[in-house]
Design a protein around this ligand. Structure first.
Ligand code: NAI
Length: 398
């Protein structure tokens, strides 16, 4: 079957098995190269040399990179949970399905435990399945990574479906925005969310489900002494604040951050600890659909690259688990800050300077647009020069 890149309203609907193999292998190679020369070619953010981790949202973006760093950088056994579409003879899977297959193949080759459950992490059934598997096959876990990004959640108690929205809160927001298909800058007006929409977004992307996970795993005796849990957040600059930090998604992220003390309470008995890491804005399947953010990212990337500060998902996660997480480098706000380079004064000054020169109808520079498009294409296994996309591929085998 020949699999072509199909993009509709900025969302890629297909995934290329060979390209997803390249994407995942490149991330693994980055970690292996970075660890060369260390004792045992591993680094040790945990006291144990063979830690065990549960990664919720393990198949793409930050979750996949976290799992790769833990496995290939720290020798961790990992159990993953994702929500991906499997392939059929004549239909490709979603990218995360292919990424996971490649990850599992390579981790097994290294002798590491790696299992992945595909299904709804918000459900009680998935929590029960995971706890049972931990007890039977891992004993306990040392780390739980919470890296879910989802537009919808069914409340496991009431059965009600909540849909998150990406909207400003309080008043409408008009801003410049990028159409990645044409490279043209346009103006968008986003209407303010109503109270119900804010609540729904908090239900989906806030801390409630993280809390349910840790509470359940703790009650089931699945957390090792000194276990840690970490979730990912984003803050960003004033330019994106009305749609991000002060918008519906930002309210959810604040809720997630406020969950930390509650989790610390639950895990006090095992001397466990919870963290939130504020990561850098990156092109992922989740971030590419947030209005205004793609335009900000194209400018940010240019500046960070010029200054030698740019990091990809895997570079961010490598630095997190090598430096900030083991050293517990939380800042005054109680958060780990992997957005330190992004939020540097000189970087943000330049972003603002360039932003002020942008106007409606302008077409963004080829180089910047290409970078955004290539990064987005790579997430789905497209855009690799080394791959002949006209060639037949088996959608069942990456
Ligand atoms: P992503 O879309 O690449 O990955 C989401 C993961 O969640 C996938 O593995 C997917 O299969 C899984 N998933 C979604 N719904 C699920 C469900 N119901 N059950 C089980 N698994 C499910 O997203 P990305 O960007 O890596 O985001 C991960 C976290 O990082 C999110 O909390 C996001 O807000 C945060 N973050 C992202 C930033 C960015 O720029 N991309 C910046 C800072 C934080």
């Amino acid at each position: 079957m020949i699999i072509e890149e199909k993009v509709l309203h900025g969302v890629c609907l297909t995934a290329h098995p060979t390209g997803c193999r390249t994407y995942t292998t490149d991330e693994i190679t980055f970690v292996e190269d970075a660890c060369k020369g260390l004792e045992g070619d591993r680094y040790k953010p945990f006291e144990k040399t063979h830690p065990k981790a549960l990664v919720l949202g393990c198949s793409t973006g930050y979750g996949l990179s976290s799992r790769i760093v833990l496995s290939f950088g720290c020798g961790a056994d990992t159990l993953g949970v994702s929500f991906e579409r499997s392939p059929k003879k004549n239909r490709c899977a979603t990218p995360g399905w292919y990424n996971t297959k490649v990850f599992e193949e390579k981790a097994a080759h290294e002798g590491l435990y790696c299992k992945t459950l595909d299904g709804d992490a918000f459900s009680d059934a998935m929590k029960q399945q995971v706890a049972q598997l931990i007890k039977e096959e891992l004993g306990k876990v040392d780390l739980v990574i919470y890296s879910l990004a989802s537009p919808v959640r069914i409340d496991p108690v009431t059965g009600e479906t909540y849909k998150s929205v990406l909207k400003p809160v309080g008043k409408d927001f008009t801003s410049l925005s990028l159409d990645p298909a044409t490279g043209q800058i346009g103006q968008v007006t986003l209407s303010a969310a109503d109270e119900k929409q804010v609540e729904a977004t908090i239900k989906v992307m806030g801390g409630e489900d993280w809390l349910l996970w840790i509470d359940y795993l703790s009650k089931q005796g699945c957390l090792a002494d000194g276990a840690k849990t970490i979730a990912y957040s984003y803050i960003g600059p004033n330019i994106t604040a009305p749609i991000y930090r002060n918008g519906t998604i930002g309210q959810a992220k604040k809720d997630l951050e406020r969950t930390v003390p509650k989790l610390n309470g639950i895990m006090a008995g095992i001397d466990g600890k919870a963290y939130v890491s504020v990561n850098k804005a990156l092109v992922t399947r989740a971030s590419a659909v947030i209005p205004v953010v793609p335009l900000y990212i194209t400018i940010l990337y240019r500046i960070m690259k010029q200054k030698g500060l740019h990091e990809s998902c895997i570079e961010q996660m490598y630095r997190l688990y090598r430096d900030k997480f083991p050293a517990e480098m939380v800042e005054e706000d109680g958060l780990l800050h992997m957005d330190d380079f992004e939020m540097q004064q000189d970087v943000q000054d330049e972003v603002r300077k360039i932003w002020a020169t942008l106007h409606e109808g302008q077409v963004i520079g080829d180089e910047e647009l290409e970078q955004f498009r290539t990064d987005y294409a790579h997430l789905h296994g497209f855009g690799y020069r080394t791959i002949d996309y006209g060639k037949d591929v088996d959608p069942l085998n990456p």
